[in-house]
Structure formats: structure tokens, C-alpha cells
Design a protein around this ligand. Sequence first.
Ligand code: XIL
Length: 375
Amino acid sequence: MKDRKPLALFLVIPMFVAASTSAAQSLRQAAQDIGLMVGTAVKPALFSNPDYARTLVRQFNIVEAENEMKWTATEPTRGVFDFRAGDRVVQFAEAHDVKVRGHNLLWGKYNPAWLEKGRFTPDQLRRIMKNHIQMVVRHYRGRVFAWDVVNEAFDSEGHLRHTLWYDEPGIGLAGKGTAYIAQALRWAHEADPHALLFYNDFAADGINAKSDAIYEMVKDFKEQGFPINGVGLQMHVFDPEDVPSNLGGNIGRFTRLGVEVQITEMDVALPLAGHGQASDSQLAWQAIIYRNIAKTCAENPGCTAFQMWGFTDRYSWIPAHTKGKRGAALIFDADYGPKPAYQAVVEAFQRVLKSHPQIKEERLRFERRVAAIGY
Ligand code: XIL
């Protein structure tokens, strides 16, 4: 045993040096250098875990509650609001100079039973919806800089989903297209005129029927002067073939409408064999996907945040969501070690700084324009 030690040390040292060199600049710093916000979904119950908290504040400058600002958490009983878990996210963020994205105010899924099974009339629902949006937004006024006001309203063909809010029974605007979304935005805007208001969806990352429908909605809202400031592209990647090839084009067309684009929930779920471990080659192609998306966002001034749906494989939603078939979707492994994907994102940001030295100013100028025009 004894004589093996020097060899082991010899092998370990170069790896350690390589890792510490690559860790020299944090993700947060690399993003800051190009004026980009970099974020993650968080679980406030884990803030007391030192590894979790340390990694979080070193690597990210925005956070979003994974579940704690959703309807089930904030209004578990009709008219009774509970902001305790959400407040923990805001307090933690403020203590570490991190900004908070709010998620979300209106969704057809994951609503509390009292709401889903309540058999309310459109008139009652309208009042419930207004009260909820305004209570939550008012509570976090000035502390949450951006809200996903409406989540996942379109299907893959670009049609509005049938939901409680739209037409089952809806708030009195059934059959009137996106009018209920405009209404949600107006109520949120009344409650906090300074918060940036987003529409957020999945599988609308590239140019396709769903993102076309979102584009038409945003264009219409801008023309009518409705308060919309941004579009959130969730960017959940489940297969290499899923990767949007024309993300840049999609970001570009929204940018030209005068709204921000933020990548809001990126992860790259790897198909895992029985042992649950990703192979080196899987981690390598995962890194390429992260690199490409990070680069496209970073080099577009209209893309103002790059956020992932968690950061450590220990606490990703993917295994539960895929019944254990997929996992290892994030940029840190289960022991908080940086994966190839982490390095790929940092390098993508660093390279954009070299290839587009003006990008920080351009992005700040764009953000200022969106904030000044408002809508
Ligand atoms: C997911 C959470 O990660 C899970 O913990 C929860 O059980 C369900 O919701 N799109 C969204 C997120 O907008 O709110 C979802 O979060 C993931 C998909």
C-alpha cells in the first residue's frame, strides 16, 4: 500500500491542477463579464446544506423557486396565502446579491385541488385569478424582478390548450384566443409596474408551430400596448434530436419585437442504463448541447438570462419525471463536482467575450430599452 501512495499522488495532482485552473473563473463571473444573468431553479429547503448553498452563490446571480411560488404553495386554501417558502428564496437571494425570477402566476397544471375541483363559474374564476395574481405580485413587489406570468398555454400545434383559465370554463373569455393571457399580464402589471412580465413555455425554443403562435401573440400584445416584456424558453432537452437548430433565429425575431428572451429551465436529460450512471460519451455530447445553447444565448444581446432547472444531479426533477429512465441532466454531479457541461458553459461565455467584446454594453442597452419602453 505504502509504495503506491506517491504514484496515486502523482496521478491526482495534475487532475487537481486542471480542475482548479478551470474553476478559476466561476460561471457567475464569466456571465457577468458579458452582461448576462445566469440562474438556476432552487429548493429553499436545501439552503441549510453548505455544499448546496456554497455552489449556488458562487456560480449564479439569479434564482427561481422550483415550486414555492406556484399556486399550490402560495394559495393552498382559497383566499389564504402562504409566502413563507417563497420568502426564504427572496431572503437568501438578497443576502447574496442574487436576483429573483418569479415562477409562476398562472398555469393550467399543478393547481391545488380546491381550485381544480371547485366548479367555479367564469365570474368567480375571474375574481380568484385577479386576486391571486395581485396578492402574489404585490407581496413580492420590488423584490422579484421578473415574473413568468403565464406558463405553458400553447400546445405543440400552436393552439391554446384547454384549461381552467381559458375555456374550462375560463374567466369569461373562452373562445377569445389570448385575451385571458393579456388580462393576466394587465393585472400583474397593475400590481407591480416595474416587474418584467414574461410568457414562458417549453418546446418553443426553435422556430416551430408553437413558437410561431407565441410570436404572433407577442406581436399582437406589443401592437395593442399590453404589458409584456419577455418570452421564457424553457429548453428542457430530452434527446440529442430535440436540440433546437434555430434558437438564434427565434431569439432574433422576438428581440426585433422589443422583448427580452430568457432561457429559463435548461436541462439535458440523459437516457440512463440500469446502473443509473451516465457514460463519458454521454457527458461529452451533453456538454456540446449546453455549449451550443449557452453560446447562442450569450452572443445575442436580446437573450438576457441563461437559467437551468437546478444545478446538481442530486436534486433534479428529471428522474422522477421520467420514472427513472433519464437523469444526470444538470451541470454539477450529485456530489457538486463540475461536469464537462459546466466547463462547456463557462468556456462558451468566455469565448463570446473574445468574439463579441461589445456584447455587455449591447445587452445592457437592449435591457434598458425594454425597461424604458415597458410595453
Ligand atoms: C416541476 C418541478 O421541477 C417539480 O418539482 C414539480 O413536481 C413539477 O414542476 N416546466 C415548468 C416547471 O415550468 O414549473 C416544472 O417544474 C418543470 C416543467
